[in-house]
Design a protein around this ligand. Structure first.
Ligand code: NAP
Ligand code: F7E
Length: 331
């Protein structure tokens, strides 16, 4: 059995990737940080096949210890401070975890190495946030970076150090430049889930208003279940390379809100939505749209869930979730 280590196992992508690798007959190990991480129980209950190991991207010796223990064939570095808004408030922490954490894990991979015939393969979760104030559209693997947040800056470091370690030490290391991807497992702090959860609660009479920030930014939103497939495919190639993963379609936050309310049968979303400067960012990424031609042609990767189906999936999930919590039976 092949062995895979996932950092960020408690996050959205960690859960989808763990399922995918389990289906592919991998032994799956998930790195969990913290003394009493509240999400460990969820992983144990929902993903009983995951073996939990303890470590932190801020602690090199813990990463070396975990790699020595697990002896993985593949390492997927999904752990990060991933919320852009938080990165403005905790920039140093973000630089340390999201940026330097990549360097530490790469160093641990170099130290532990794997066998000569079977060196450890490494995946870095890079982000379209690196393009920031975009220099060209759509964005490809060759588009220059112009990050707009401490998160984006940290991800540029993570991407560049991954490429540098591949060039310098011959590591099998790939950087997947993934555009926004969402799902019913998305954290409530991100705009899509914040919206679909509020739509569900408003529809059920549990909430009156939804307070948002800037409705103009445009994002290339895909489904997380599709995107983790691309991560795995990258590590199955003969040569390590970097790939953009995106749908090629872009929508504004306003479009997302409109569609989510409409899907719940609420046609007049403006009645329910307020804007508050609290949710505006010091610098915004106005437009993201990716060109995933390389992933299509070289990996054979294609997204299966479109934007409208994604919104419907998230709203329907949150309607069931909130109805169950409130003891309301749905028709
Ligand atoms: P997420 O749900 O926010 O999950 C982040 C994970 O990182 C959590 O499991 C968290 O664990 C872990 N983590 C935080 N600090 C850590 C530390 N010091 N040591 C070890 N683990 C730590 O993120 P996601 O949406 O699944 O995204 C996965 C990765 O892809 C992230 O690196 C993100 O930046 C990147 N990315 C995401 C998207 C997207 O649209 N989702 C797009 C491009 C790139 P705790 O439970 O302990 O907090
Ligand atoms: O914001 C606007 C906000 O926080 C999307 C992360 O996974 O994708 C994600 O980063 C847009 C922004 O995601 C609210 O200003 C308006 O323009 O859902 P988000 P993000 O910043 O695009 C990238 C690819 C990653 O790599 C990141 O890890 O929505 N917006 N009003 C709002 N955003 C939030 N969160 N909350 C609001 O109330």
């Amino acid at each position: 059995m092949r062995r895979a280590l996932i950092t960020g196992i408690t996050g959205q992508d960690g859960q989808y990737l763990a399922e995918l690798l389990h289906e592919q007959q991998y032994e799956v190990f998930g790195l969990v940080k913290g003394q009493n991480n509240p999400r460990i129980d969820m992983i144990r209950t929902e993903y009983p096949f995951v073996e939990i190991v303890e470590g932190d991207l801020q602690d090199l010796s813990s990463l070396v210890g975990v790699l020595e223990q697990v002896q993985p064939d593949e390492v997927y570095n999904l752990g990060a401070i991933s919320f852009v808004a938080l990165s403005f408030k905790q920039a140093e922490l973000t630089a340390n975890v999201t940026g330097l954490g990549v360097l530490r894990l790469l160093d641990a991979v170099r130290m532990v190495g794997g066998s000569q015939n079977n060196p450890i393969r490494f995946y870095q979760a890079s982000s379209s946030e690196m393009f920031g104030k975009v220099r060209q559209s759509p964005q490809t693997e060759d588009t220059p970076f112009y990050p707009r947040s401490p998160y984006g800056v940290a991800k540029v470091f993570g991407h560049d150090i991954t490429v540098n370690y591949r060039d310098s030490y011959g590591l099998y290391a790939c950087s997947g430049i993934l555009f926004n991807h969402e799902s019913p497992r998305r954290g409530m702090e991100f705009v899509t889930r914040k919206v679909t959860n509020a739509v569900a609660r408003i529809k059920l009479g549990l909430q009156e208003k939804l307070v948002l920030g800037n409705l103009d930014p445009r994002r290339d939103w895909g489904f997380a279940g599709d995107y983790v497939r691309a991560m795995w495919q990258m590590l199955q190639q003969d040569e390590p390379q970097d790939y953009v993963v995106a749908t090629g379609r872009t929508h504004s936050v306003r479009n997302f809100v409109d569609l989510a309310f409409k899907h719940a049968g609420l046609d007049d979303w403006e009645r329910f939505v307020q804007q508050d400067p609290r949710f505006f960012r010091p610098a915004e990424v106005d437009l993201l749209v990716g060109d995933a031609t390389k992933a299509h042609t070289e990996l054979g990767w294609k997204p299966e869930v479109g934007f409208e189906d994604l919104v419907a999936m998230m709203v329907d999930h949150d309607l069931r979730l909130e109805a169950k919590k409130a003891g309301i039976s749905l028709p």
